[in-house]
Design a protein around this ligand. Structure first.
Ligand SMILES: *Cc1c(COP(=O)(O)O)cnc(C)c1O
Length: 380
């Protein structure tokens, strides 16, 4: 194959069509070629700007604070659950994929009572059932929901879940990891106590920092809830808000890159601008793949423009590993499926990827299918 047909990022790397870590801009990576001490005034100022800027993304400047947590996104989710849910609390966990299940596992390990409302991976939670469960069990203090369940790419109805949870006098905790910065979540209209996200998804930073946007009044009530030292968001907030410093070594380079990524996010128009580019990417991907004969797991109405799950073709000439390797050879990294309901694979629409990249990708998929002798369109 001609080398001209191999896709590369600005820094010469394969394009990651994955849900994060994802392809970041060259400028985000470039700001990391320095050293800072963790008590260095320049770093402390950058960190402060990052933390103070994040609540704007949910229109929560007045009522929310950012509490960062070193580590991947799951560290932030575990910190949120084990700080906000008191030891005597009980959580209704809404599950329709791996990240809902992970939250349940975190609660089990931490010894927090919980019950699960589970729906299939292509199905949103049932509001009538949530109302029944909450009404039947006054011990339930919190509801946990995943905004975009990255397992399938489904957009869960967090607005409706929030309204119901508030009406029944319970508190909502949200894992918005893969949606944060791309799907609107407006704290002025949607009632929740905390939302967890990370540096390496739709804000397009590098991995290493999770964070929780916490309602100040709710965070103030969490003293002593934590069952680990490291993941105690109340303690973390106390330290950072009084000294400007982390309790334990911060991922400095990650935070500096995140600061640059946030500048680029706002320059693109914030949630509206970024969400629109991703929606465009998803549109080109879905239309192009459908034209080749692929089928999506989700109907349009449930599909978030983050990551798209495609059914594995039935044509015996289609071998996923060959497909994956051939795409990788041409500069595109895709994602295996994670579903239990269907044999599938996933393609991400997020990161430093544009319409031209998605168009070129669909063209390469057509070539690879031809090389493999797969005739989806006629065989379908
Ligand atoms: C990525 C992601 C997480 C966190 O995963 P890590 O591997 O710990 O970064 C949590 N929830 C959802 C919905 C995600 O997409």
């Amino acid at each position: 194959m001609a080398s001209a047909s191999i896709a590369r990022s600005e820094t010469g790397d394969p394009l990651l069509l994955t849900p994060g870590p994802l392809t970041t801009s060259k400028s985000v990576k470039e700001v990391m070629v320095h050293d800072w001490g963790s008590r260095d005034a320049a770093f402390i100022a950058i960190n402060k700007a990052v933390l103070e800027g994040l609540p704007k993304i949910i229109h929560g400047e007045a009522e929310f604070v950012t509490v960062p947590m070193q580590g991947s996104g799951t560290f932030a989710v575990e910190a949120m659950l084990t700080t906000f849910v008191p030891r005597s609390g009980k959580v209704l966990v809404l599950v329709n994929g791996a990240y809902g299940l992970r939250a349940k596992k975190i609660l089990d390990v931490a010894g927090r009572a919980n019950i699960v409302h589970e729906t299939a991976e292509d199905t949103p939670p049932d509001l009538v059932e949530i109302e029944r469960l909450l009404s039947a069990d006054p011990a339930i203090t919190h509801v946990f929901a995943v905004h975009c369940e990255t397992t399938s790419g489904i957009r869960n109805p967090v607005e409706a879940v929030a309204a119901l949870t508030a009406r029944l006098g319970r508190r909502l905790l949200i894992d918005a990891m893969s949606a944060f910065g791309a799907l609107e979540l407006d704290a002025r209209e949607v009632a929740f106590d905390a939302v967890a996200a990370s540096s390496n998804k739709c804000i397009q930073g590098v991995p290493g920092l999770g964070f929780v946007l916490a309602r100040k009044t709710a965070l103030a009530e969490t003293k002593g809830n934590a069952t680990t030292l490291v993941l105690d968001l109340h303690d973390q907030h106390q330290a950072i808000s009084t000294t400007g410093q982390y309790r334990f070594t911060p991922p400095i380079h990650v935070i500096v890159a995140f600061h640059e990524a946030l500048k680029e996010f706002w320059a693109e128009g914030g949630v509206a601008g970024r969400g629109e580019r991703y929606a465009d990417n998803a549109r080109i991907l879905i239309d192009g793949m459908r034209a080749l004969g692929f089928e999506t797991l989700l109907p349009e109405a449930r599909q978030a423009p983050i990551i798209v799950t495609f059914h594995m073709p039935k044509d015996p000439a289609f071998a996923f590993q060959r497909f994956y390797d051939a795409l990788k050879d041409r500069g595109y990294v895709i994602y295996p499926g994670k579903l239990t309901v269907a044999d599938s694979f996933r393609i991400g629409c997020i990161g430093d990827l544009y319409a031209k990249d998605m168009k070129a990708f669909v063209g390469v998929v057509a070539e690879v299918l031809k090389d493999m002798g797969v005739g989806l369109k006629s065989a379908a």
